[in-house]
Structures are given as C-alpha cells and as structure tokens.
Design a binder for this molecule. Structure first.
Ligand code: GUN
Length: 283
C-alpha cells in the first residue's frame, strides 16, 4: 500500500523549508482560494487547502461567494486578484455552479498565477513538456511513483478517465516519462481487456469501486484518484480496494493515497508562482 499521507508530509516539510528561505528574502508566498456556492465537497476541499497553506507558512485568502454570483462579478474578482501583489497563486474551486462559464474564468486567471495549471497556456506547456506549473493530481501521482521507485518507462500505462483536471494531463506526464499510454473512457470498447494489460493503472472515473479485480493484471500498480461514496455513504475510491489489494503489487488507498499528494503539489506550485513573480529561477 502506498502511503500518500506520509509521502505528502515529506513534501510539505520541504515546502515549509522553502517558504522559510523565501521569507528570509522578504517574499511571503500567497494563495487566493475562490469558492462559489454551497457544494459541501468543494467547501471541504477549500478549507483543507487553507489549512495546508497555514501549516507550511503560506499566506492564504479565502473568497466565498454566494451561489447567485454573476459571471461578471466572478471575472472582476479574478482580475482584482491578478493585480494583487500579495497574491501569487489563484485557485477557483471547480465545478462552478450551473450558469457560470468555467472556461472563461480559467482564461481570465493570469497564467503566471494559475497554480492549478488549468489555463490554456499552461495546458499547452504540459502538452509540449515544458511545464511551468505541474497539474496537481497528476504531478502528485508521479511523485508517488517516483517515491516507490516505479518508473513508467516502457510500461503499459492505462488511464481511465479523460477529464481536463486529471485524465488528460495524467496521460501526458506518463508519456513524458516514456510510458506507453492508453486513455479509456465511458465509450471505450473492451475496457476490461485494456485495463488488464496495464502495468500502471490510473482510475479517475468518479464511480465507486468501478475497477474490479478482473480488470487488474496480477502485479500491476493501481492508482486510485476517486473520491466517491459507496452504497452506505462511506468514502471510497474508484477501485474495489478490498478485492484488488491482493492482486496489485502497489495500490493507493482512499483516503490517504492520491488526495494528500494533490494538496501538497498545490503548495509546491504556489512556491513556484512566488518565485516566478519575483524573477527567481524555478528549475
Ligand atoms: N475540483 C476538483 N479538483 C480540483 C482541483 O484540483 N482544482 C480546482 N480548482 N478545482 C478542483
């Protein structure tokens, strides 16, 4: 079992040390988190992100806007944050309530403050392998693999899910690491057979216990991005953990696997943003 919580603690410790160094130079990294509406899951994510910032010494501001917020009001807030000197990173929690245009909001964020790496300019950079900000969840997964000494090079990697947040950028990072990558989705034919070929299987479908034991090759590395609820309302992942655990060589639990890594990568990106905006080298 891959302990994402423990690995994220190591990353957070190194982020905290970097924050110290930046503060000694008069730079306090700052993150603005924008939440629109009352989705309870989004509320939890945003609260956790702020706690994470506090735990490593990053300054954070929360903007909790009502469900009734207009597109114009939201864009104005983003523009204000774009020009705010104390703010290096801007995160607008997705999904936005119906009626708001996410794509337009993302495009309005200054790409140098786009710590989610959702802006088309940053997405393009991920595509060509010249990342400014690494997409948080895929980057967290790459860190987990690296930490466990698992290289995607030459391996069959199967990603289930094609979202802009996880599936697509995940496939790119695995490809850049010389994996042979297949992206599957709801229209894929022969999904089970394709999954059974995977040396590294990443499940990002958003359906509880979707990946069953018969979809996993013995000895495969199974990464679970899901944050779902089972039939009893209990938190679970996209993988049927109880039955897959004994087949996989490595597996991430939910909770305590990918989630804490995503959060840690956001902190890393906020440091990167602060450095870029202060003319420092980030490589
Ligand atoms: N909603 C689900 N995951 C994410 C994320 O990584 N960033 C933002 N902004 N919203 C999300």
């Amino acid at each position: 079992m891959i302990d994402g919580k423990a690995i994220s603690k190591e990353i957070k410790a190194s982020v905290a040390a970097e924050v110290e160094k930046l503060k000694a130079m008069g730079i306090t990294p700052g993150l603005a988190v924008v939440l629109v509406g009352n989705d309870p899951a989004s509320r939890t994510y945003v609260t956790n992100k702020e706690k994470d910032c506090a735990s490593v010494g990053i300054y954070s501001e929360e903007y909790a806007l009502p469900e009734t917020t207009t597109q114009k009001e939201l864009l104005e807030l983003v523009q204000t944050l774009n020009s705010k000197k104390t703010i290096n990173g801007i995160l607008v929690q997705l999904p936005l309530p119906a009626g708001l245009n996410e794509e337009e909001v993302i495009k309005t964020i200054n790409p140098l403050k786009d710590v989610d790496a959702f802006h088309p300019e940053n997405v393009g950079r991920i595509m060509i392998g010249n990342c400014r900000f690494l997409p948080c969840t895929p980057a967290g997964i790459m860190e987990l693999l690296h930490h466990e000494g698992i290289s995607p090079e030459g391996k069959r990697c199967v990603v289930i899910g094609r979202s802009n947040i996880v599936g697509k950028p995940m496939a790119m990072l695995l490809l850049h690491a010389n994996g042979t990558v297949t992206i599957c989705h709801s229209k894929t034919r022969g999904l089970k057979e394709i999954c059974r070929e995977a040396d590294i299987l990443v499940a990002a479908v958003g359906k509880p216990k979707f990946v069953t034991a018969d979809m996993v090759k013995p000895g495969a590395v199974v990464i679970d991005v899901g944050m779902d609820r089972d039939e009893n309302g209990k938190l679970c992942g996209d993988v049927d953990f109880a039955n897959v655990e004994s087949i996989a060589s490595y597996i991430t639990p939910v909770p305590g696997g990918v989630g804490p890594m995503t959060r840690a990568m956001l902190l890393k990106n906020t440091i990167t943003a602060a450095k870029i905006q202060n003319g420092m080298d980030v490589i």
